[in-house]
Design a binder for this molecule. Structure first.
Ligand code: FMN
Length: 184
């Protein structure tokens, strides 16, 4: 199984990265796995330009911006990759800016375009924040529908509050990760 991890936090050893590592460690026990790990901050990913080229019904196109977003997503289109782990931190109540730039590009891959992921690859969404556990569940559940809107099969959402796991308060987190990994 090939897993691609996309981390929206710029913090190289932050909560998003640590939770992603915990998931990958557990997957490695269950599957023969190769992993690619990317920080959006280090990649060449431009914001959606709203050109509507992907929505032209007479001549549907892939996104005109041929950058690292396409390099990641082409691997799901070509069935080279099987699982996306997307991990983002909460900045002022929402996914941070890097995560938004990545997700806005999903517009070029919805069912109204030619780029919808027909093979339904798997996906896990991770959201970390400082507020109490569950505080942002409604928000992250709703954002996670966007992954489904481009054809991903969302197998689990890990909503981790209280600055976990850096805060050390990670007992519930470990059982949540086990639960999600069993669904992959
Ligand atoms: C600019 C900024 C804004 C933040 N806003 C919130 C917030 O509104 N609510 C919250 O619960 N946590 C907030 N946080 C805390 C982060 O979401 C939290 O520390 C998260 O786990 C960071 O993930 P990381 O270590 O992977 O970067 C904020 C952090 C930063 C840097």
């Amino acid at each position: 199984m090939k897993t691609i991890c996309v981390i929206a936090s710029p913090r190289k050893e932050g909560n998003c990265k640590q939770i992603t590592d915990m998931i990958i460690d557990k997957i490695d026990h269950n599957h023969e796995n190769t992993t690619e790990l990317h920080f959006i901050d280090d990649m060449n990913i431009k914001p959606c330009q709203g050109c509507m080229g992907c929505r032209n019904p007479e001549n549907p196109q892939p996104c005109i911006i041929d950058d690292d977003f396409r390099k990641i997503m082409d691997q799901f289109t070509n069935e080279e990759a099987d699982l996306l782990i997307f991990a983002a931190p909460n900045y002022f109540g929402e996914i941070n800016a890097q995560g938004h730039i990545f997700m806005d590009r999903f517009y070029s891959m919805t069912q109204k375009t030619s780029n919808y992921l027909k093979n339904n690859p798997k996906c896990v969404v991770v959201f970390t924040y400082g507020a109490s556990d569950g505080y942002y569940d409604e928000y992250i559940n709703s954002r996670s529908h966007l992954f489904e809107s481009i054809g991903f099969d969302v197998r689990g959402i890990i909503s981790a509050g209280r600055g976990k796991p850096t805060s050390g308060d990670d007992e519930d987190l470990i059982s949540k990760i086990d639960e999600v990994v069993n669904k992959i």
